[in-house]
Each structure stands twice: as C-alpha cells, then as structure tokens.
Design a protein around this ligand. Structure first.
Ligand code: HPA
Length: 285
C-alpha cells in the first residue's frame, strides 16, 4: 500500500499525462472484467496506453487480463460516445490490499470522467439466471467488510452507500436491454474476497442475506468511485452457478471458458449501453 501523499502525487501526474495525450476526458470510463475484454475491440479510433506509463495505475497480473487503457469512441444504433476503457484491475486477492484501484479511479475523476461502468464475471445464486445471463447490479454486499478507505482523512470518507448504483444509469441500461430484446436481470452483487471459490454453506448464507450473484471484485472500486464522486453502474456476466447450486466443479478455467462463450453478446450489449449514454441529458457537456 502506498502512502496518501505519494498516491496524490501519482494521481496528479497521471491525470496530467492523460490530458496531454488524449485531451479532455471522456464522460464515461469502463472497467473490463473477465469475459468483457472483447469490448475493447469495439472502440473506434482506439489509442492505447499501458498502465506502466501511469504511475497511479496498478500493475495486476491475472490470466486473461491486459493492463492498458483504450481511449476512443463507441458507436451503435443508440448513438456515439467517447470512452476510456480500463483493461485489467487490481484484485484484493492478489495482494490483500483492497485499495489497489484507488489511484486509477482518482486519476479518472481528476481527468474529468463522470461515470464508472464496471463489468465483472460472477457466480449466479438464482436458478433463473443461468450461466451466460447478464445482471445489472442494483446494490452490493461487502461480505469481507473490508474498505479501501481505511486510513483516508476527512469527513468525505463517511461515504453514503444508499444509492451506490446510479438509478438513472440503471434505467438507461434496462431501456437499452429492452430495445435489444435482451433479458437483463437486476440484483444484488456480493463480494467474496477469494481467490478460493465459496463453500456451498457460504453461498446459502449469501442467498439468505439477499445476494443474487457472487464475485471477487467490483465492491472496493464502487466504494472508491463513490468516494471520488464518480457515478457508478455495474454489469455482471454469470459464468457459473455458485457453489453447491450445480453438479459442476468450480475452476478458473471454467469461468474463463463460459466468459469467452458469452463474451461477444455481453460486449455488444455493453457497447449499446455506452453509446446510448450520449443521449443522457445529465452526461451532456
Ligand atoms: N464465485 C466467486 N467469483 C466468481 C465466481 C464464483 O462462483 N464466478 C466467477 N467469479
């Protein structure tokens, strides 16, 4: 974990670099999780920059992730929107530190980004949400009760999480899904620290708590983004039924395989959601 002062300097430096290279910030940033990587290839006039060039960004090392940002435009029938995509995130299970994305998200905010659209791969807790289904995150459960804001100074650290997932953006995503005739479930995402998968008993407990999907990311970034003043939206791709809910053994290879199978449809939906944001009055410059 780096100290606040070093991080603040890195954020200032990284945001200045982004501004110098790419001009004004796009309104929308997308974090591409497992299964969503294909969306990066839908970016037009794409410009790439490695995280290694941005001192505030993490250098994660998980199979299936590339560590770079992609800046460009996303077009679909719903419109055309400038975007920055983050390929690769720091996971808490890599280091034990859940604030690994703090510098990256604060850099985006400093640059001028308004919306953070998070994507991930999840296990489904709902029989009617089979592998391959998409779920719009309506709320989350921080099961490990870890916070990336521990050690932050000031009263802003007491972030209101009652409307963490932006209502207007959720309505927008549902409208896009309806227009595309795509089934979009909506539900509660539960963060599990990992890297081991959950036990069936843990999954029964999460279900009793009201969780609909479980995964090893997203929640720390949502907390960091809300603290930074970014609006948040989350899309989860179900890659498997959660532990105990199907006969299949849970492996990373299985989740990657299912992510690949559904990834193209997920990415096209993501593109339509992003492109349609151009029409949201609250995002117009
Ligand atoms: N549990 C936790 N994380 C996951 C899962 C799961 O079942 N599937 C994909 N990511």
């Amino acid at each position: 974990m780096i100290d606040q002062k070093t991080l603040a300097l890195a954020v200032t430096e990284s945001a200045a670099k982004l501004k110098a290279l790419f001009g004004d910030a796009p309104a929308v940033a997308v974090v591409l999780g497992s299964g969503w990587a294909g969306a990066a290839s839908l970016v037009e006039d794409a410009q790439h920059l490695s995280y290694a060039e941005l001192s505030a960004f993490p250098q994660p090392r998980v199979e299936g992730h590339v560590n770079e940002i992609v800046v460009g435009h996303i077009s679909s029938k719903t419109g055309r929107q400038r975007v920055v995509m983050l390929r690769g995130r720091a996971h808490t299970y890599e280091t034990g530190d859940c604030s690994g994305m703090a510098g990256a998200l604060r850099t985006l905010k400093r640059w001028g980004v308004k919306v953070l659209l998070q994507t991930n791969a999840s296990g489904s807790l709902r029989a009617n949400m089979a592998p391959g289904s998409l779920m719009l995150i309506s709320d989350h459960i921080n099961a490990p009760q870890r916070s990336p804001l521990v050690g932050e100074p000031g009263s802003e650290r007491f972030v209101d999480m009652s409307h963490a997932y932006d209502a207007e953006l959720r309505t927008h995503a549902q409208k896009v899904a309806k227009d595309l005739n795509l089934m979009l479930g909506e539900g509660v995402y539960c963060w599990a620290l990992g890297p081991q998968f959950e036990t069936p008993a843990e999954i029964r407990m999460f279900a009793a708590w009201g969780a609909d999907a479980v995964g090893m990311s997203t929640v720390p970034e949502t907390i960091l983004a809300r603290h930074a003043g970014l609006r948040v939206m989350g899309l989860a791709l179900m890659t498997n039924m959660a532990a105990g809910l199907s006969a299949e053994a849970l492996t990373h290879a299985l989740t990657l395989q299912q992510a690949q199978m559904s990834g193209e449809r997920a990415s096209r939906f993501l593109a339509a959601v992003v492109a349609g944001m151009a029409d949201l009055p609250s995002l117009r410059a």
